[in-house]
Design a protein around this ligand. Structure first.
Ligand code: ADP
Ligand code: MG
Length: 540
């Protein structure tokens, strides 16, 4: 009776793809994302110029930055963007590698699907392979010493060599290593590095080589009054979260003045109140004031007269940073201000950086207060240098925390692939095919490095495999010469965590995409709505 009558269970306008179609489309869009970032991999990789809907330009070769900027529509493509984001938040480097690897895992899975290997078999084979791959990485990793600055600098330098910052990589590596060593903590024999303690401040102008490590905190503000000292030695710092102003009545008050002397009295009263405020600050012994709110002109004058250095409208986050660095307590009532609440630093001074004056708080009581002042010719350069410096900080931090490193330039990928193939043979069955496909996928790293450097990927890969068969565990690609060389000798070194995380995030995404055989999409919303939503949720 009902034969041939379709039963509608989905709302009108819903789009649905099932089975092979769904899987094909998912894989195709995930691969498209991987292809989009592939050309940026490695020291000879290219940059991308991204222009957003407002015309703002970003120039970068940082995988995660590229993918955050592009507005992808397809759900599987979105999952690839997540790969980059996870990699970035977990280890701060290897974002392009993770995405490219995920793309290759899916491409090779496609081949297996065509041979009628079931997606769940591929998934379980990939899972086994990922576990084994991480284990192999542990086997080939080498320990490093915290005192070994030379190696730490090589790690930073490897991360920087694929950036436009590479011309200043020695200088920047040096800074990254010094910064991390300042903030490393040891708890129960384990090392921790909290990179939030390193403040990275960028200021357009100067050269990349002018980027410097500052032993303290930088506040991007100048002193409020020219009569204030430019340098305060042995600084006693007050952090104030209230306005040094006389409150205007909130309601419209009407004060009738009949006598000119009353005007005088009025102003005098105001001046007296401001003078008292400054008096309280002075009596506490403070010679530097950071105020989160405004400072009245008259109060500025009094502060200057008393030789106090003052900055107004300091960001809340900066006030908190200053509190942590100098030991000062944040005051909300001037009556609470005593010498007890003040913080200490060796020097507070105003320096002219480029066009602007900035306040430097040097030699804070907390020795972990360090900053990096990033310089560079144009806005786009400083932005990219900032990203690069952060990458360098991350890799050094992870290497210090884990104390283990592997060699790059495709060397570890090829070694892991070689040993994985041996392992696959011991597993057998259809899973063996999946593990072999995983091993092949890992070789996308050296292949892409060679390709981006303009060398023949096939010849180099064959030579590389041979070197590894001969026991040369650290043989990789010298991208500048197009030859197979010992990466350890070349100083191409990476923290083990970058590789392990890339394997994890790429495998997770590939498996997740492989297990989908049904895509049900609700009716699209209007463009205008979407734009607004995106702007709001992508804020960091
Ligand atoms: P990711 O976003 O994945 O970090 P990069 O563009 O930074 O991508 O490239 C990282 C890759 O470049 C790694 O595989 C690393 O081993 C390789 N690499 C870095 N420096 C060199 C070098 N001097 N020679 C060969 N390969 C290098
Ligand atoms: Mg990198």
């Amino acid at each position: 009776m009902m034969a041939g009558q379709p039963i509608l269970i989905l709302k009108e306008g819903t789009k649905r793809e099932t089975g092979k179609d769904a899987m094909k489309n998912n894989i195709a869009s995930a691969k498209a994302i991987a292809d989009a970032v592939r050309s940026t991999l490695g020291p000879r990789g290219m940059d991308k110029m991204l222009v957003d809907s407002l015309g703002d330009v970003v120039i970068t070769n940082d995988g995660v930055t590229i993918l955050k900027e592009v507005d992808v529509e397809h759900p599987a493509a979105k999952m690839m963007v997540e790969v980059a984001k996870t990699q970035d938040s977990e280890v701060g480097d290897g974002t392009t590698t993770a995405v490219v690897l995920a793309g290759e895992l899916l491409k090779n899975a496609e081949g297996l699907l065509e041979q009628n290997v079931h997606p769940t078999v591929i998934a379980s084979g990939y899972r086994l392979a990922a576990e084994k791959a991480k284990q192999i990485l542990e086997e080939i990793a080498e320990p490093i010493n915290l005192e070994d600055d030379e190696t730490l600098r090589k790690i930073a330098s490897t991360a920087l060599s694929s950036k436009s910052a590479s011309m200043a990589k020695e200088h920047l590596s040096n800074i990254a290593v010094k910064a991390v060593k300042r903030i490393v903590e040891e708890v129960d024999g384990k090392r921790y590095v909290d990179l939030d303690s390193v403040q990275v401040v960028k200021k357009q102008g100067g050269a990349i080589d002018d980027t410097e490590l500052i032993d303290g905190i930088i506040i991007d503000k100048e002193k409020v009054h020219p009569g204030m000292p430019s340098v305060v030695k042995n600084a006693k710092i007050a952090l104030i979260n209230l306005a040094l102003e006389v409150k205007k009545p909130e309601i419209d008050a009407n004060v009738q003045i009949r006598d000119p002397s009353m005007v005088h009295a009025f102003l005098e009263e105001e001046e007296k109140m401001l003078r008292e405020m400054v008096e309280k600050i002075k009596n506490s012994g403070a010679n530097v004031v950071f105020c989160q709110k405004g400072i009245d002109d008259m109060a500025q004058h009094f502060l200057a007269r008393d030789g106090i250095y003052a900055v107004r409208r300091v960001k809340k986050s900066d006030i908190e940073k200053l509190s942590k660095a100098t030991g000062a307590k944040i005051i909300t009532n001037l009556d609470d201000l005593t010498s007890e609440e003040l913080g200490n630093a060796e020097i507070v001074e105003q320096r002219k950086i480029g066009e602007d004056n900035m306040t430097f708080v040097i030699g804070c009581v907390n020795p972990k207060a360090v900053s990096i002042l990033v310089r560079g010719g144009t806005e786009h350069v400083v932005d990219e240098i900032e990203r690069s410096v952060k990458d360098a900080l991350h890799v050094v931090a992870k290497a210090v925390e884990d104390g283990k490193v592997v060699t790059g330039g495709g060397s570890s990928a090829v070694e892991v692939a070689l040993r994985l193939r041996d392992y696959a043979a011991t597993v057998g069955g259809r899973q063996q095919l999946a593990i072999e496909a995983f091993a092949d996928a890992l070789e996308i790293v050296p292949r892409t490095l060679a390709e981006n450097a303009g060398h023949d990927p096939i010849d180099l890969l064959i030579e590389l495999r041979k070197a590894h068969k001969d026991g040369k565990v650290t043989a990789g690609i010298n991208v500048y010469k197009g030859t197979v060389e010992d990466m350890k000798e070349l100083g191409v070194i990476e923290p083990i965590r970058v590789g392990k995380q890339a394997i994890d995030s790429a495998t997770d995404a590939a498996i997740m995409i492989l297990r989908i055989d049904d895509v049900i999409a609700a009716k699209g919303e209007s463009k205008g709505q979407k734009g607004g939503e995106r702007g709001g949720s992508e804020e960091e």
